[in-house]
Design a protein around this ligand. Structure first.
Ligand SMILES: [Zn+2]
Length: 206
């Protein structure tokens, strides 16, 4: 579920739609929660779809640490990637604003955490654009992402959090314990899915 203070907007034929903030969302705001309504497609179920449907699913899903493709039931699936993103997935089943987001600003994500199974060309037009999204990005960048995430998580209890009650109780308990210094930090690396590649190029579980 995407933060209530967001809306969907058409950007261009090239980019399609994007998600934009309607209010100021301070750093530390939970912007998306993987809730119990999300559609879950197992690797086996995915292989049963036609190539045309697989393309649609690939476009709108991310892959979790179990290899399951998650398709959001709301417009969270329209959040675009940016190499200078303003929100990022945590190891706790939610995404967080890693810097202040102004009203009207596009909400963007780090797709390197989404376990893509093959390289993807990027069109985020940012100065430091990586150009291509690679399955190797997870290993290359997770330390940097963890630094950004820990910095944002430190603000979690200091800002308004309409999505906090939506987080599943176990994950909520775990993040609270971390913030109180009673549990270790759960690295974003816990979201990495270890692929092996079938002959058709589709990643399947090891
Ligand atoms: Zn980029």
């Amino acid at each position: 579920m995407i933060h209530p203070h967001t809306r969907i907007q058409f950007i261009s034929d090239e980019m399609g739609y994007g998600v934009f903030a309607t209010h100021f969302l301070p750093k530390g705001t939970i912007t998306y929660v993987k809730d119990s309504l999300e559609m879950e497609i197992t690797p086996e179920a995915f292989e049963g779809y036609t190539p045309e449907m697989q393309e649609v699913i690939e476009k709108y899903s991310y892959i979790d640490e179990k290899g399951i493709r998650i398709v959001s039931w709301d417009f969270a699936k329209y959040v675009n990637h940016c190499c200078n993103c303003n929100t990022m997935s945590t190891g706790y089943g939610f995404e967080i604003a890693i810097r202040d987001i102004q009203p009207g600003e596009q909400i963007t994500d780090e797709y390197g955490i989404f376990n893509i199974s093959r390289e993807m060309e990027l069109q985020c037009h940012h100065n430091n654009c990586r150009g291509r999204l690679s399955p190797n990005d997870f290993d290359a960048y997770y330390r940097q992402w963890d630094e950004q995430l820990q910095d944002a998580l430190a603000k979690l209890l200091a800002v308004g959090q309409p999505l906090l009650p939506i987080i599943d109780p176990k994950s909520r308990e775990e993040v609270m314990a971390y913030l109180q210094g009673k549990a270790p930090y759960r690295s974003v690396y816990s979201l990495k899915y270890f692929f092996q590649f079938a002959s058709n190029g589709i990643g399947v579980r090891k």
